[in-house]
Write a protein that binds this ligand. Structure first.
Ligand code: ADP
Ligand code: MG
Length: 269
């Protein structure tokens, strides 16, 4: 039994990349489950109107369910909308419903529009070891809210040809948020996803990313693995759907590295 250290203060990680389909949601769900299965108290905040993280964790998120929109726009406490994830003790999810689709526009005219999520998380009375915020594939106000609420940014990068394209824009946005809104925000973690070791391209992308981001890049790399993509249709993470699969073992390794780094650095808060 491998022991996973718990951080001595809550770590809030924003999982961001404005490109769609790079593995943000898959990474959020599987890291959250891995950490929760090893004794951490974990909250997933689904900040994508598509609600994929809610679906992946099998949390009800049909129209009418209290969701993250209510926290952002109507000041409803997170605790009132967080739902326990069935079968995974210590894991909770604030779902996204279709209501969230309007939030990007509605937020524009709201007071302190960039820090609504930060306020909601800070006001949360329960103690979590980790909060993961699953961002939509854009750099709009929802993602800005996530960047303001987090101490750390986790960027999943898909090992494909255009992997680094668009990353400058993301980094620029992170720098702007750091300068104006959240001075201690840190890009702490880069995770390579959907790695296909049969291709020389994947290897080249990995080298590029490691040269560029150095030790922010986790040693664990997530392979392309069909079990990972099957799991959500069973309302499960790959960690429970097929714990022995390469997808599950590599997400576990990534979770362990994240946990160890938090201990070694004393956290980034
Ligand atoms: P994002 O949230 O960035 O849009 P997703 O996490 O939804 O990306 O992933 C996009 C698609 O790729 C999904 O269908 C998902 O199941 C699939 N996928 C993600 N990671 C893997 C993987 N390691 N192996 C195989 N399929 C994957
Ligand atoms: Mg997603």
């Amino acid at each position: 039994e491998i022991s996973m250290p718990r951080p001595d203060h809550p770590r809030v990680l924003c999982v961001a990349n404005q490109k769609g389909g790079v593995g943000k949601t898959t990474t959020t769900v599987n890291l959250a489950v891995a950490l929760a299965l090893h004794g951490n108290r974990v909250l997933v905040v689904d900040l994508d109107p598509q609600g994929n993280a809610s679906t992946g964790l099998n949390v009800p998120h049909h129209a009418g369910v209290p969701d993250v929109y209510d926290c952002l726009i109507d000041n409803v406490p997170l605790a009132e909308v967080a739902q326990p994830v069935e079968g995974i003790p210590n894991l909770f999810c604030v779902p996204a419903t279709i209501d969230l689709a309007g939030a990007e526009i509605e937020l524009v005219s709201v007071v302190a529009r960039e820090s609504r999520l930060a306020r909601a998380i800070t006001a949360h009375p329960e103690k979590f070891d980790y909060v993961f915020i699953d961002c939509p594939p854009s750099l709009g106000l929802l993602t800005v809210n996530a960047l303001c609420a987090a101490q750390e940014v986790l960027i999943p990068i898909q090992c494909e040809y255009y992997a680094l394209e668009g990353l400058n824009q993301l980094i620029n946005n992170i720098n702007l948020v750091r300068q104006h809104l959240n001075p201690t925000l840190d890009v702490s973690t880069i995770l390579l996803t959907m790695y296909d070791r049969r291709t020389r391209l994947a290897d080249a992308v990995e080298q590029d990313v490691r040269n560029h981001f150095g030790d922010k890049v986790l040693e664990a790399v997530i392979p392309r693995n069909v079990r990972v993509s099957e799991a959500p249709s069973y309302g499960q993470s790959v960690m429970t759907y097929d714990p022995g699969s390469r997808g599950a073992t590599s997400y576990f390794e990534a979770a362990l590295e994240i946990a160890m780094r938090g201990v070694n650095t004393g956290g980034t808060a």
